[in-house]
Design a binder for this molecule. Sequence first.
Ligand SMILES: NC(=O)c1ccc[n+]([C@@H]2O[C@H](COP(=O)([O-])OP(=O)(O)OC[C@H]3O[C@@H](n4cnc5c(N)ncnc54)[C@H](O)[C@@H]3O)[C@@H](O)[C@H]2O)c1
Length: 248
Amino acid sequence: MNSSDFADRTAIVTGAGSGIGEACALMLAERGANVVVADVNGDAAKVVADKLGTPTLSVVVDVSDPTSCQNMVDVAVREFGGVDVAVNNAGIAGEQVPTAEVTVDGWRKVISVNLDGVFYCMKSELPALVERGAGVIVNMASILGSVGFQNAAAYVSAKHGVVGLTQAAALEYAASGVRVVAVGPGFIDTPLLAAAPAEVLAGLSSLHPLGRLGTSEEVAELVGFLASDRASNITGSYHLVDGGYVAR
Ligand SMILES: NC(=O)c1ccc[n+]([C@@H]2O[C@H](COP(=O)([O-])OP(=O)(O)OC[C@H]3O[C@@H](n4cnc5c(N)ncnc54)[C@H](O)[C@@H]3O)[C@@H](O)[C@H]2O)c1
């Protein structure tokens, strides 16, 4: 870790009001970035922004709304002069039922936040990064971007889509100096899993060879590396931080 990896850089983190996004925002600020703490929950975003030591601002964004995503990027450019790093992390869990029982509304909701949302963010972020002639996008996928899971059809589909979107954009923007990567966390101890009963959490833990859920900080550590110049030869790739889950 280098405490000045992101000095004089501006980073946007979506879904930064909680869990993995909050940990990424804290990590980026500790390493010198100006951070745009973006979340649909404006109060949560403000609480996180107030914890950060570097210049920060909180922005209300609904990533399922392309106009809202453009506004988030416009605010970052206006207040901090540009964007260098974007962590597209906002996501929701959705209905937990077999595929035939997923409601159309439930399907659309998960796809609109977890897949369309990443696309809308990238659509607004990429021109700002190209303008800089350099930059990194880190998309928050999941282990479920490469393997299936029962009762999570929309979530699994969206996360597989995020991995493909990452690869496509990486090819398109490499020549512009922009790297695009995806991160695949295993099950992580965050509010996203808060509704799960203790026995379900114990069962999820046992699916990871390391025998536990991961932490948001462990995910942020990987994001910090990938978003830094130390990862200068890495683009278009999908990086697991999963306690061995996918190796089983
Ligand atoms: N927790 C896990 O086990 C796990 C595992 C793999 C991947 N992930 C992914 O990591 C990301 C973060 O998950 P988390 O566990 O920290 O969840 P979390 O629920 O703790 O935080 C998600 C944040 O996203 C925000 N958000 C939700 N909808 C939004 C929208 N439309 N626009 C903007 N912000 C929105 C929420 O307000 C919340 O602050 C998600 O993409 C999730 O799919 C989580």
